[in-house]
Design a binder for this molecule. Sequence first.
Ligand SMILES: Cc1cc2nc3c(=O)[nH]c(=O)nc-3n(C[C@H](O)[C@H](O)[C@H](O)COP(=O)(O)O)c2cc1C
Length: 280
Amino acid sequence: MKNLVPQILTNDADRFHEAVQELQAYGYREVNLNLGCPSGTVTARKKGAGFLAYPEELNQFLDRIFSENEVCISLKTRIGMKDPEEGFRLLEIYNQYPLSELIIHPRTREEFYKGEPHLDLYAQLSAVSHAPVCYNGNLLTARDYEAFHAAFPQTERVMLGRGVIADPGLIGRLNKQQNEMDLPGTANRDLAAEKKLLREFHAEIFAQYREIFGEDRNAVFHMKELWSYMLQNFEHSEKIGKKIRKASKVTEYLCEVDRLFRECNLRADGPEARGLTMQS
Ligand SMILES: Cc1cc2nc3c(=O)[nH]c(=O)nc-3n(C[C@H](O)[C@H](O)[C@H](O)COP(=O)(O)O)c2cc1C
């Protein structure tokens, strides 16, 4: 059984409480607070990573949500708004509360997704955190995970973002690797099975989008964001990729997607060749 944790994005303790009550009614026993979203429309409203620029207000907010809610609360945080050193003050604040988990994405808001995560800061912050720490940032391939695990064997939890959108089989392969002590990277990959999985993943997401949006144009539009990650898996996909990005009618879109799966092989080589490198 998967443990699904809903996420809340707010800086208002009353609204947080309302959301928690609704979620509890659905049976959820843990919620996550988003202190990491770097989007301008979010940070301008002092939410997501924008809240990190106001540590004393954040402290008061946390004081209220931890005293007013009977639910486990975890945090997803960046290490500051502008300066990675802000992370130390933030950790002091977080350590006052019984977080069920602290997910650290060691970049500032200003860094968005660019450059390398600050692993040096992550090492220092994770060492002093009272809560169990989960690492997030640029674990895009099995090799990235292996390198991280070798450098931080004490970190038992990781969160994957873009890597798993591009390659939904990644988590299954990592689990298999750990169980069977396989070699990391490309040695044991079954590309035909991976392609099948990617195709099923695409079909399921697209079907759900069509149902939720009730309108095919919008569903196709949302699929294009996924393709900006998934296309990097395929060899020689530039031409068909362009057509997928241009398609607006569902028939046209599905025809190009079908062609891509038929004509383009998955890349068997490493992360650099897949374009999803640490510099992304
Ligand atoms: C398109 C997109 C949507 C995202 N939405 C969320 C979100 O709703 N909540 C959240 O905590 N993080 C969100 N993230 C951030 C990821 O969880 C993660 O922190 C980030 O991608 C860095 O990890 P990665 O290098 O493994 O991708 C999003 C990232 C992307 C690219």
